[in-house]
Design a protein around this ligand. Structure first.
Ligand code: GDP
Length: 203
């Protein structure tokens, strides 16, 4: 898919106030510093569409970006900040739960994982939670420019092994990306295009 336009639409702290348009949408989420803003900027072909993290954990908002005037890319707040208070953490949990349970336009989530780190408990728990809610999700490994080809393969294989422990019917499909090297963009956008086509056909 070619990106012809990408615009920031709105930030919300309430799911009920998110855009009413029936466009299919895709939620991007991950731990702080995972490279989410950089990935969104890479997808959108813009330097500063999503802000790269200045003050992690400060704002917990749902950000809608309209892409090609027919689908939404949704930037969800990051989780796993060391310095966030308990009440902030509770707010985050409430907002995310409301989003994933109420948002009808959501087609699937993309969970971002820094490829340099082995599977972390809160990432795995988050995926298990999505699975329980019945939310389809993919994994996006970020910063793959930091590893060599064989290290990438070993990390992804190990990650899949860790996920197998959960006994899901199928492990989530994953994408290997690097925002600095513009890697993985086409595969990711092709998948979104494929999913969009299914939605548009059924409308
Ligand atoms: P966010 O907090 O998840 O939005 O993460 P950012 O996009 O702000 O990135 C966090 C840090 O990782 C920044 O210093 C980025 O420059 C760096 N970063 C993000 N993506 C990549 C990548 O693909 N490769 C490398 N080497 N660094 C990256």
């Amino acid at each position: 898919m070619k990106i012809n336009s990408a615009k920031f639409v709105v930030s919300n702290s309430q799911v009920d106030q998110c855009p009413k348009n029936p466009f299919p949408e895709y939620a991007f989420i991950g731990r702080s510093n995972v490279g989410k803003s950089s990935l969104i900027n890479m997808i959108a072909n813009q330097k500063n569409l999503a802000k790269t993290s200045g003050r992690p954990g400060k704002t917990q908002l749902i950000n809608h970006f309209l892409i090609n005037n027919n689908w939404f890319l949704v930037d969800l707040p990051g989780y796993g900040y060391a310095k966030v208070s308990k009440s902030n953490r509770r707010e985050f949990a409430k907002l995310i739960k409301a989003y994933f349970t109420k948002r009808k336009q959501l087609i699937c989530a993309f969970v971002l994982i820094d490829i340099r780190h082995s599977a972390q408990k809160n990432d795995l728990e988050f995926m298990a939670w999505l699975n329980e809610l019945g939310v389809a999700f993919y994994i996006i490994f970020t910063k793959s420019d930091k590893l060599k080809e064989d290290q990438i393969k070993a990390t992804v294989d190990q990650y899949n092994k860790d996920l197998e422990e959960y006994g899901w019917l199928e492990n989530p499909k994953s994408f290997i990306t690097s925002s600095t090297k513009y890697m993985g963009k086409e595969e990711l956008l092709n998948e979104i295009e494929r999913l969009n086509q299914d939605v548009f056909k059924s409308q």
